[in-house]
Design a binder for this molecule. Structure first.
Ligand SMILES: Nc1nc2c(ncn2[C@@H]2O[C@H](COP(=O)(O)OP(=O)(O)OP(=O)(O)O)[C@@H](O)[C@H]2O)c(=O)[nH]1
Ligand SMILES: [Mg+2]
Length: 327
């Protein structure tokens, strides 16, 4: 069963903007747990565990070959967000006086609060390609929890997957849009899946094929019981696009739980791309999405070149997964 009705209560029940439309609304609230002081997961955040892989951390020479970029320094400064913009993890709640503790537990470059369900199982120890499917019915049936990566063609879904598993070419990437064309399952640590999906929007493939991918991808979202959350990737190096806002809105309307992942945060601002820095584009997307959602969806800034956000996404996935397993 989709985690939506379990995940939504993560959303802070603080006053939302009076103009916001209600597209996401909790259907049922589980018992709230008080926020606990520092836990093991928090220390893992402060000093993320690393795993030694033979092919780990290779140079990202497959990334944007046509457009060499000098990576920006990863954003180390954590902007303090107001409580109503934070994403509270499942099973957590804020009680008066807790505010300082809560803001100290926000994952770097995100609005995601680290809760008690994040465990030492966050890091990827092994990752294997399992299968490609074109129908949701053909996907693995072992019931393990999974996270799907979706977004416009070329936004960096396959590159993010490779960054998360610290492998260079586990998922195939290309500077030409339309590379991934199936539902690709990768098993992580023999206990959960990352799912790489075809992109929407522009693709150098015939219209009929694109329509087909869009259809089976959306069917997959609507029918996959063990889908813990969708990770909707948004290119932070360009201004917000309507197609991405529409996709986020569609996921919200269909009660598919979602995390927004801003990609390519290493890219410098370019005049032809609107002349804004990635952080400015992220802020702009946030303000637009607030018009669609009652409560802030979780979001995080990433780069597959600098690996910004990698450990933070894995911790976020860990807490969602462990909550899902227990409920
Ligand atoms: N600078 C930079 N380039 C990136 C980043 N992530 C991906 N790219 C580049 O963007 C292009 C597309 O990457 P992919 O990972 O293949 O994108 P995708 O979303 O899987 O694309 P489709 O499978 O076609 O839908 C490649 O040239 C990547 O090298 C990033 O974080 N920073
Ligand atoms: Mg791809």
């Amino acid at each position: 069963m989709l985690l939506y009705h379990r995940i939504v209560p993560r959303l802070l029940s603080l006053p939302s903007s009076p103009t916001s439309k209600l597209l996401v609304r909790p259907s049922r609230l589980p018992p709230r747990r008080p926020f606990l002081p520092r836990c093991a997961a928090l220390s893992a955040l402060a000093a993320p565990q690393t795993v030694d892989h033979s092919d780990a951390e290779e140079s990202a020479d497959h990334l944007d070959a046509e457009e060499p970029q000098e990576p920006q320094e990863p954003q180390e400064v954590q902007v303090k967000l107001p409580l109503d913009r934070l994403f509270l993890p499942p099973g957590a709640s804020v009680t008066p006086g807790d505010e300082e503790v809560v803001t100290a537990r926000v994952l770097k470059g995100s609005n995601i609060v680290l809760g008690t369900y994040a465990r030492g199982d966050a890091q990827v120890v092994n990752a294997d390609f399992i299968k490609s499917s074109v129908r949701p019915d053909d996907c693995p049936r072992d019931g393990l929890p999974e996270f799907a990566l979706v977004g416009r063609s070329n936004v960096g879904k396959s590159s993010l997957l490779n960054s998360l598993v610290r492998r260079k070419r586990l998922a195939l990437t290309s500077k030409k849009p339309g590379k991934t064309q199936c539902i690709n399952h990768f098993k992580i640590n023999d206990s959960w899946y990352l799912v790489d999906l075809p992109g929407y929007g522009y693709a150098s493939a015939p219209q009929v094929a694109r329509k087909d991918w869009d259809e089976f991808t959306r069917n997959y979202f609507l029918s996959r019981d063990n889908l813990v959350s969708v990770f909707l990737l948004i290119d932070a190096s360009i201004p917000a696009k309507k197609i991405d806002l529409d996709y986020a809105s569609w996921l919200g309307q269909n009660k598919v739980p979602m995390t927004l992942v801003f990609t390519k945060c290493d890219k410098r601002k370019k005049k032809k791309n609107g002349g804004k820095r990635p952080e400015e584009n992220v802020e702009c997307f946030q303000s637009l999405i607030r018009e669609y959602f009652e409560a802030a969806p979780p979001w995080i800034m990433t780069s597959s070149v600098t690996n910004q956000g990698r450990d933070e996404i894995l911790l976020h996935m860990s807490q969602l997964r462990n909550y899902w397993r227990k409920h």
